[in-house]
Ligand binder design. Structure first.
Ligand SMILES: NC(=O)c1ccc[n+]([C@@H]2O[C@H](COP(=O)([O-])OP(=O)(O)OC[C@H]3O[C@@H](n4cnc5c(N)ncnc54)[C@H](O)[C@@H]3O)[C@@H](O)[C@H]2O)c1
Length: 339
């Protein structure tokens, strides 16, 4: 029988690519999304690519009644939990919103899952739980010291899941710690879209390449890295989505499990390297201006993905050039995102 997965936040950037992968791999899915940072158009794009339809519920993970009814009506095998707010900078301004959406939302979801006897979850955690790590290559057991409110909400949810597992070891839990997902589907039909003015590197670069912005702001060139700009472990969205399939397979095999897994490539790239790669992909010159450091930014962070390779047999396949060329294809086809 087909396994049925509830995908919270499944119309967002990572959720949409993962939902597509699930459909392509014969899972049945129900997507629950409140559309706070996504467009309903994404649903038809996923169906178009998968050549099949799926159930969509517009609603919020904090809505107990909605979850209660959803779990009564459907036999869910596992929840993949993407829904949440994700901007570290914004989280400093609106901490209560971040704790409410991310932590309270996850609590309500877990309580309703428990009531419905659904004890299998893959949670979208983040490299931000490592914070300003003393090592540039983070292993899962590297010290956890998030800096931003956002990172703290992710660590709090991980802790809640670990406490739950300790008291009820029949749960199956995987925390996937994503590094920096970028890229788009190779067709250019789905990709990253944000309602807000982009401040993340890749969305910002694409705005400059499209001529919507004059120049890219590079936040600091005095970091302790080879060229002075910050280095991050960028991972192709397709690799990241595939990681969820491998994690699901693992959950199916195990009777009980609680694990943290880094999903990254193990290579970091500086801002200048990303600019160069994007210029190669787009054939456009990206003018930039060096400006001051952003609060909370760090020199370098990179995954040690050894555990993902050993434990779920997953490795990233795509390099930075492929990430940039897929983003550029998506942006040329959809200069205004899904709108
Ligand atoms: N994109 C990244 O760089 C990154 C890195 C590490 C971790 N993550 C985590 O991965 C998850 C997905 O990230 P993304 O980049 O796809 O973000 P996204 O904003 O594109 O997707 C999140 C989706 O969840 C929905 N949502 C938000 N709050 C909700 C709620 N209370 N109830 C129902 N739906 C809700 C939004 O409408 C959106 O469609 C998030 O939890 C994020 O923190 C993202």
């Amino acid at each position: 029988m087909k396994k049925k997965i509830l995908v919270t936040g499944g119309l967002g950037f990572i959720g949409s690519h993962t939902s597509l992968k699930l459909l392509e791999n014969n899972y049945e899915i129900i997507v629950l999304d409140n559309l706070s940072n996504s467009e309903i158009e994404v649903r038809s794009r996923i169906s178009q690519l998968a050549k099949k339809d799926f159930d969509f519920v517009e609603g919020d993970i904090r809505d107990r009644n909605l979850l209660n009814n959803l779990f009564k009506k459907n036999k869910i095998d596992c929840v993949i939990h993407f829904a949440g707010l994700k901007a570290a900078g914004e989280s400093e301004k609106y901490p209560l919103d971040y704790y409410d959406n991310n932590v309270v939302g996850s609590l309500v979801l877990l309580q309703e899952m428990k009531l419905a006897n659904i004890k299998s979850i893959i949670f979208s955690s983040s490299a931000s739980v490592y914070g300003n790590s003393p090592t540039t290559k983070c292993k899962e057991e590297t010290q956890l010291k998030p800096i931003s409110v956002y990172g703290k909400t992710k660590l709090t949810i991980e802790d809640i899941l670990k406490n739950l597992y300790k008291s009820e070891p029949e749960w199956k839990i995987i925390n996937l710690r994503y590094f920096n997902p970028i890229g788009a589907h190779f067709t250019g039909i789905i990709g990253e879209d944000s309602r807000d003015t982009p401040t993340n590197l890749i969305p910002f670069i694409t705005e400059v390449a499209l001529g919507k912005k004059d120049q890219l702001l590079v936040f600091g060139d005095d970091y302790n890295t080879s060229d002075g700009t910050g280095k991050r472990d960028y991972i192709h969205i397709d690799d990241l989505a595939r990681g969820h399939l491998f994690a699901l397979e693992k959950l199916k095999q195990e009777i009980n499990i609680c694990a943290d897994i880094n999903l990254g490539t193990g290579k970091s790239h500086s801002v200048f390297e990303v600019i160069k790669a994007f210029e190669r992909a787009s054939g456009k010159k990206i003018p930039y201006k060096i400006t001051g450091r952003r609060e909370g930014d760090i020199d370098e962070i990179c995954a040690d993905p050894t555990f993902a390779s050993n434990f779920i047999n997953w490795e990233a396949k795509y390099d930075l050039d492929k990430m940039c060329s897929d983003v550029w294809k998506w942006k040329k086809m959809n200069p205004n995102g899904y709108r």
